[in-house]
Design a protein around this ligand. Structure first.
Ligand code: PEP
Length: 256
């Protein structure tokens, strides 16, 4: 599988702002099919974005996919405020970001809940991007690899045979939204570790899991990070909010 560059818009952009963004962004990425692009607007804008993407695909070659920022694992029921996999697949959502550090740290999501969501996403044909990463305290205590290992083993429990449908994002918590990215060496060390863990977990099954880096990726640092052999793409927050900056990150990836 080729590189994936995914944009996590978080709690930003109304429907109107989403459509304005796509007016600028889609013509710029037409025919850029060598890299897979994903945008994850807020739930309220998914429907409009989906219609817009459909219309664009009828007029040209696009490798732009739609993603959700979260999902509950049940299909329906008394879960006030939650969004189900069926609601996402109806909108042709192909990716879902799960276990983002903001979900873990602000909303208290634990590995066991995230694991249920991962399993449900795979069962419904939505490709999860499982986010993992250590806090600054954990890094300083030398626990980076053990934290990441725990998050991955717990997050992927029961779907070891389905890794062909799953991507991982390594996002050190201290690098998210701070302007301080991991150095290419720091990213490579953890990505290499994740790669060997995934190979072990998949027990020799052929898998297509990509390992994305996330944490203050921008148009200036993207090239040196993507050059690392185990970095298969990016999950981009802040820099994905501006269509020009996101386009530049994508073109840096295409240069490699
Ligand atoms: C993110 O939210 O996943 C992220 C990496 O944010 P930022 O690029 O702003 O650090």
């Amino acid at each position: 599988m080729g590189y994936l560059v995914a944009g996590n818009w978080k709690m930003n952009k109304t429907v109107g702002e989403t459509l304005e963004y796509l007016e600028l962004f889609l013509p710029a990425v037409k025919d850029l099919t060598k890299v897979e692009i994903m945008i994850a607007p807020p739930f309220t804008a998914l429907s409009s974005a989906s219609i817009k993407l459909d219309a664009a695909r009828r007029e040209g070659e696009y490798n732009v996919k739609l993603g959700a920022q979260n999902m509950y694992y049940e299909e329906k029921g008394a879960f006030t405020g939650e969004i189900s996999p069926l609601m996402l697949t109806e909108l042709e959502v192909e990716y879902v970001i799960l276990g983002h550090s903001e979900r873990r740290h602000i909303f208290g999501e634990r590995d066991s809940l995230i694991n249920k969501k991962v399993i449900s996403a795979v069962e419904h044909g939505i490709r999860p991007i499982l986010c993992v990463g250590e806090t600054i305290e954990e890094r300083e205590q030398g626990r980076t690899l053990s934290v990441v290992e725990r998050q991955i083993r717990n997050g992927l429990a029961g779907v070891e045979r389905d890794l062909v449908y799953i991507d991982i994002a390594y996002e050190p918590v201290w690098a998210i939204g701070t302007g301080v990215n991991a150095t290419p060496e720091q990213a490579q060390e953890v990505h290499r570790f994740i790669r060997s863990l995934i190979n072990e977990i998949s027990k020799g099954n052929d898998h297509k899991t990509r390992i994305l880096y996330g944490g203050s990726v921008n148009e200036k640092n993207a090239r040196e990070l993507i050059r690392e052999p185990n970095v298969d793409g990016f999950l981009v927050g802040t820099a994905s909010l501006d269509p020009e900056r996101f386009y530049k990150v994508i073109t840096e990836v295409l240069e490699v």
